[in-house]
Design a protein around this ligand. Structure first.
Ligand code: CA
Length: 223
């Protein structure tokens, strides 16, 4: 799950980023309206969090242009208390939800979850062979064994499971699980795959994580 935060107040932006990263989302932050619009058009995000007062292009203009470009990504707008009118205009312009500043971070995380639930059955339990991941409780089990994962391992596994049977390139994994700063020339993905392998496949006859030489990785039940 990848989220774009367009917010020019550095403190608010990093606060949101940290909270969402703790939830295992990959988060990109952008402080500028026009740049944010470009990102939201170029990259497939699962949710965009959009401040209204932004440099170069207002949040409302970003939203209108996104919808005009047929980008259907759910957008949650952030408004100041004095911008009640803008909130209404925002919803009219195609925003899916709004939060009034100051908001609690729990509330924001809950709204993001609600958006994800509506778009892609994001809370459905995922199962591949005897490996089960429950997005609502974040519990992962293989057979009878509960598997403890770090935040990044969890995000990687969730992405692999949502795309079970598909070959995922390192570029795809980078885009969905890591954020924009990720340096594709490092072997971070391979390292995390090996961590996951150790936790998920180690000691099992049926190996679920497969390396596709020259391409990437695939999670699949053995036939
Ligand atoms: Ca602002």
């Amino acid at each position: 799950m990848r989220i774009l935060v367009i917010e020019d107040e550095p403190k608010v932006a990093s606060f949101i980023q940290r909270a969402l990263e703790e939830e295992s989302y990959a988060v990109d932050v952008c402080a500028d309206g026009a740049d944010g619009l470009d990102l939201a058009k170029d990259i497939t995000y699962d949710v965009v969090i959009l401040d209204l007062m932004l440099p170069t292009l207002s949040g409302l203009a970003v939203l209108k242009q996104l919808r005009k470009a047929k980008v259907k990504t759910p957008v949650i707008i952030l408004t100041a208390r004095s911008e009640v009118n803008d909130r209404v205009v925002g919803l009219d312009a195609g925003a899916d939800d709004y939060l009034t500043k100051p908001f609690s971070i729990e509330e924001l995380v809950a709204r993001v979850r609600a958006r994800l639930r509506q778009t892609g059955n994001a809370m459905d339990v995922l199962q591949v062979d005897d490996l089960i991941l429950n997005p609502s409780t974040r519990v992962v089990t293989r057979g009878e064994t509960r598997i403890e994962l770090t935040t990044k391992e969890y995000a990687l596994l969730e992405y692999l499971m949502r795309n079970a049977g598909r070959v995922l390139t390192r570029a795809m994994i980078t885009e969905h699980v890591w954020n924009l700063d990720f340096d594709t020339f490092t072997n971070v993905i391979d390292v995390y795959i090996s961590y996951l392998r150790h936790k998920i496949d180690h000691g099992h006859d049926r190996r679920l994580i497969q390396t596709i030489r020259g391409s990437g990785y695939r999670l699949q039940a053995d036939e």
